[in-house]
Design a protein around this ligand. Structure first.
Ligand SMILES: NC(=O)c1ccc[n+]([C@@H]2O[C@H](COP(=O)([O-])OP(=O)(O)OC[C@H]3O[C@@H](n4cnc5c(N)ncnc54)[C@H](OP(=O)(O)O)[C@@H]3O)[C@@H](O)[C@H]2O)c1
Length: 280
């Protein structure tokens, strides 16, 4: 019997590419997306590769109770669940003073609470099987607090803490939890998936000068963004690891390991000076 992998947010980016990689590795993939009309692009690629039978599409908006309920009802039809890739997410930018609580909550609803809800739906199956892998797509933003990005950063910091606790809780049941921590990659998250808090778009915002500097830095860095295929291959590699061989953290991307090391080693004062020099 084929192993079964579920992916959230399969309509684009890492989720899209990971679906293809896992299908190539003989997984039966459940590609979930909140808008099933977006499945055509993925289906076309899968058909070209002769992999269309290896992927089933399932509607799932991780923030919708009704959608989560339908997903929960669908799960027993799978027989087994070997891998869950919690990938769905978006990035909300804005300055902490100006981001409304409602906007913070929306960010957390998708990147954090949505992920928890999907995990809770899947865990009983993995626990009964006494085997399973949960791969959570975190970010370098789960370790480093970039200015102008506190909603996203705090949602990913929360995910890091949650995943550490979860890993220790489910290990006795043979379930492994891993975090992938990418740097910047060329996906929709920095275009259609990126949102800015309403008040931070106001040209009279006191944070406007910093916003302009941040945008300049992002613009400069864009040609350095990685190929998302790298992350999809990492998802596949982790999914294919033998039980007991999965680490907790997988940082990936240009400059990510160096960034994490510097943040760990440098005194905060020095770190802060480097960041502020670029932004003020
Ligand atoms: N790209 C990067 O540089 C980068 C770096 C670090 C971490 N990440 C993380 O990687 C993950 C995937 O992002 P990506 O870069 O591949 O961006 P992406 O191309 O924008 O993909 C995001 C996916 O999440 C889906 N999604 C958003 N809200 C959802 C919801 N409520 N329910 C279900 N699906 C939802 C989107 O669906 P729609 O098509 O319907 O919008 C889309 O399929 C995210 O968790 C992100 O934080 C990305």
């Amino acid at each position: 019997m084929k192993k079964v992998a579920i992916i959230t947010g399969a309509s684009s980016g890492f989720g899209f590419l990971s679906t293809i990689e896992l299908a190539k590795e003989q997984f039966q993939v459940i590609a979930t997306m909140r808008d099933l009309s977006k499945k055509e692009r993925l289906l076309t690629v899968l058909t070209q590769l002769g992999l269309q039978e290896s992927v089933k599409f399932q509607s799932l908006d991780v923030t919708s109770e009704q959608s989560l309920q339908e997903f929960t009802t669908f799960l027993p039809t799978l027989g087994q669940i070997d891998v869950l890739v919690n990938n769905a997410g978006f990035a909300l930018g804005g300055f902490a003073e100006e981001v409304s609580i409602h906007e913070y909550k929306k960010q957390f609803d998708t990147n954090f609470f949505g992920l928890i809800a999907v995990t809770q739906a899947v865990l009983p199956f993995m626990r009964k099987q006494r085997v399973g892998k949960i791969i959570n797509i975190s970010s370098i933003s789960g370790h480093i607090g970039f200015p102008g990005l506190s909603p996203y950063v705090s949602s990913k910091f929360a995910l890091e803490g949650y995943s550490e606790s979860l890993r220790l809780e489910v290990k006795p049941f043979g379930i492994e939890v891993a975090l992938i921590e990418p740097g910047s990659y060329k996906t929709n998250i920095w275009s259609s998936g990126k949102q800015i808090a309403k008040n931070s778009l106001d040209p009279h915002s006191p944070y406007r000068p910093m916003m302009i500097k941040i945008e300049d830095q992002l613009e400069l860095g864009q040609n350095q963004y990685g190929d998302p295929q790298e992350v999809a291959e990492l998802v596949k590699n982790i999914a294919c690891k033998k039980p007991g061989e999965t680490k907790l953290r997988y940082p990936i991307g240009k400059g990510v390991r160096v960034g994490l090391l510097l943040k760990k080693l440098l005194p905060w004062k020095l770190w802060e000076r480097v960041v502020m020099k670029k932004l003020t």
